[in-house]
Ligand binder design. Structure first.
Ligand SMILES: [Zn+2]
Length: 561
């Protein structure tokens, strides 16, 4: 079989069926693997895997660009229903490299045919969860608004009574879902416990640990990280909320006061149009490293950015890679707020990761194999590396003062995220350590409330306890992507260390960051972090250094306001 016959252009890739793929898979399976043939085998496997991956990615992107296109949706469903299961059943995975071997062993260890229908069932429950959340809308100003629209529009509203009314309206609706979400939760738990058992694990967490390829840390490390956050970050977060309270001139920071500008200033408007966003982003990226400008320019030239806001476009933002073409694609919806700038930097970091690792074989770079703990260092690291260049002086978006304001709120959101991250992660450890109790949603509410009080100090929820206790209902990961959350916290700690390096020596910090990005998933997490000039860590000392640095930068920026 000549693997160069695999399609390379988008149209041909999109029309691939299982019948087209089958001969290639059969060919790979029939070969005898010896030392002398393993390299060719891997290259051919890589070419085939890239094609399947790109077909999936193209369908995923196309459906999010055109949510009302039924023909596309049908094409995507066919891929999910026919092509993907057939490929999974073929069971071909590459052999050879150490890390990949570990991944494959983990995959083999957790595989159980009995689990295939259960995993499908779990996916259906996840869809049901998404449906409930998607239908959680409020009629506001005679218009129907989703939870996300309400949160993004009204958290920044300067009139406090409007903010409070909007907050209560949406949380009352979430509270209406309480029974339904708790009932769904019990179903999730029952399936997950069965899945772990079928796969031969004593508990779901051990199963999940293998499945998410967490080779470089154990549950105890996560718990050390929670304790470190409680010790180091919680008091700083309380200071941030106190400052906010004093500036807003209010007696207590209530949940609807968390995002609004502390000085009551109107929202920043960084770029009126997508063209303006692009031309400024290009200049900012150039300041970080001319290579990044080159990458971004090639994305602009090759129509690899979908940034405008329009009807029938999915919400959210992402960067995904076409692995045959070896090119990334960025998706987001322009709103002319600071979120646009943060998002383009964040997704830019992901996209540059794809460029830097394009030279690797599929399984050493593909998103599915790339550890999120480091992938988010690429994106959050870019947010922090680019931040000093966002001023008009560098061709960017803001005046000096506006940039100080944008950066302070960005850094504060990084700070305030950590206690919440610890809460979500600690909650999930409790759930899967106490599966019987935790199958009951009301018991989860109690525990969540208790953990909330441990980590989320500084915001006054008195009289609002019933809303606080169901806050986990809206944290999708807990329901549809269990345990996936600490990755963001670990990556943030890495990204802040990259910022620290840049403040000492920008050129070297960026060079190290690029070197780490170019490694894909060929080395362990501690090695990836070390290459980027950071420590993969869970301890209070490393955390304190990072938090001190953030407070130091915030203080410098405060002087520019
Ligand atoms: Zn990301």
């Amino acid at each position: 079989m000549d693997f160069t016959f695999l399609p390379t252009n988008a149209q041909a890739i999109l029309s691939m069926t299982w019948q087209d793929y089958e001969p290639f898979f059969n060919d790979l399976e029939s070969r005898t693997l010896e030392e002398s043939t393993v390299d060719t085998w891997l290259d051919d496997w890589s070419a085939l895997a890239c094609c399947v991956d790109e077909q999936f990615t193209r369908l995923q992107i196309a459906t999010s660009q055109h949510t009302a296109d039924e023909e596309l949706q049908k094409q995507f469903d066919t891929f999910l229903d026919d092509v993907q299961p057939a490929i999974k059943a073929a069971g071909l995975q590459p052999e050879g490299f150490e890390i990949q071997l570990k991944m494959m062993q983990a995959e083999a260890e957790i595989f159980s045919a009995e689990n295939l229908p259960l995993l499908a069932e779990e996916q259906k429950l996840a869809n049901e969860y998404d449906k409930i959340m998607g239908a959680t809308t409020v009629i506001w100003d005679r218009e129907e608004k989703t939870f996300w629209e309400m949160t993004t529009m009204y958290s920044y509203e300067t009139d406090r009574t409007v903010r409070e009314r909007a907050w209560k309206a949406i949380w009352d609706r979430l509270y209406d879902n309480r029974e339904a979400v708790n009932a769904l939760w019990s179903k999730f738990m029952a399936i997950r416990l069965k899945i772990a058992k079928n796969a031969g694990f004593l508990d779901y967490r051990s199963y999940k640990w293998k499945q998410t390829r967490r080779f470089d840390y154990i549950p105890e490390d996560c718990k050390s990280f929670h304790a470190a956050i409680e010790e180091v970050v919680v008091p700083v977060a309380q200071r941030v909320y106190k400052r906010r309270r004093q500036r807003l001139g209010i007696e207590a920071t209530r949940p609807w006061d968390r995002e609004v500008d502390q000085f009551g200033r109107p929202a920043l408007r960084p770029a009126k149009t997508v063209a303006e966003l692009n031309s400024k982003a290009l200049k900012v990226f150039e300041k970080v490293d001319p290579k990044f400008r080159e990458y971004y320019q090639s994305m602009m030239d090759n129509d690899l950015l979908d940034l405008d806001s329009r009807k029938n476009k999915a919400s959210g933002a992402y960067s995904l890679c076409y692995n045959v073409a070896q090119l990334p694609f960025i998706f987001m919806s322009h709103t002319n707020t600071t979120i646009d700038v943060e998002t383009i930097l964040h997704e830019g970091g992901h996209a540059f990761h794809s460029f830097e690792s394009a030279h690797l074989r599929y399984h050493q770079k593909a998103e599915v194999y790339s550890p999120a703990e480091f992938a988010e260092v690429a994106s959050m690291g870019m947010e922090l590396l680019a931040a000093p260049y966002l001023t008009q002086e560098h061709g960017g978006f803001y005046t000096e003062e506006e940039n100080a304001r944008a950066r302070i709120s960005h850094l504060e959101s990084f700070l305030l995220f950590l206690p919440y991250m610890a809460l979500v992660d600690a909650f999930q450890h409790w759930i899967y350590e106490n599966p019987v109790e935790a199958s009951d949603g009301t018991k989860c509410e109690e525990k969540w409330g208790e953990l909330w009080d441990r980590f989320m100090k500084g915001v006054d929820y008195s009289g609002l306890e019933k809303y606080k206790n169901i806050y986990w209902h809206r944290q999708g990961h807990i329901h549809t992507d269990p345990f996936y959350y600490i990755e963001y916290g670990l990556a943030e700690l890495g990204a802040v260390q990259v910022l620290g390096n840049a403040r000492r020596d920008q050129k070297k910090a960026v060079a190290d960051y690029r070197k780490a990005l170019s490694l894909g998933s060929t080395v362990s997490l501690p090695e990836l972090f070390a290459t980027a000039g950071a420590k993969f860590a869970f301890d209070a000392d490393t955390l304190k250094e990072a938090i001190d640095l953030m407070e130091e930068v915030i203080e410098e920026l405060e002087a520019r306001l």
